[in-house]
Design a protein around this ligand. Structure first.
Ligand SMILES: [Zn+2]
Length: 130
């Protein structure tokens, strides 16, 4: 998985792809941040394993941890929504597709998910999408 981060250095905020250990501009140590991201990826991979094993409850738990590490990752919200659909918890699914949409308005999967839910009879609160 390719990693893109925004440097957390004070007044820096440089966008870095495939970051090294230090920010090339301000020199701040990026390792703690990269560790957090890696831990998030670990739980994301666990969730994929849980889903493959059809253990959706475990997947939702793994995804909750992954989201704690990468709270702005729309893909994690989409996957959580899908796991809730598998568990038949459509309102919860809608909540996570809305979250995904708010994080990434161009994301097709969140929109498709919401459309599917609406066709399945879930009433969506459209104002939550604004
Ligand atoms: Zn920096």
């Amino acid at each position: 998985m390719d990693i893109r981060i925004r440097c957390p250095g004070p007044g820096c905020g440089l966008e870095i792809s495939d970051p090294d250990k230090h920010c090339p501009v301000c020199g701040i140590d990026l390792e703690p941040l990269l560790k957090l991201i890696e831990t998030g990826h670990y739980y994301y991979n666990e969730a994929l394993k849980n889903i493959a094993a059809k253990d959706f409850f475990a997947a939702i738990e793994s995804l909750a941890v992954a989201r704690a590490f990468n709270p702005r990752d729309a893909g994690l919200c989409v996957l959580t929504g899908k796991a809730y659909i598998e568990m038949g918890q459509l309102e919860k699914a809608a909540e996570f597709f809305v979250r995904a949409y708010r994080l990434d308005r161009a994301g097709k999967e969140a929109i498709n998910g919401l459309q599917w839910l609406s066709e399945a009879g879930v009433s969506l609160n459209m104002s939550s999408l604004l």
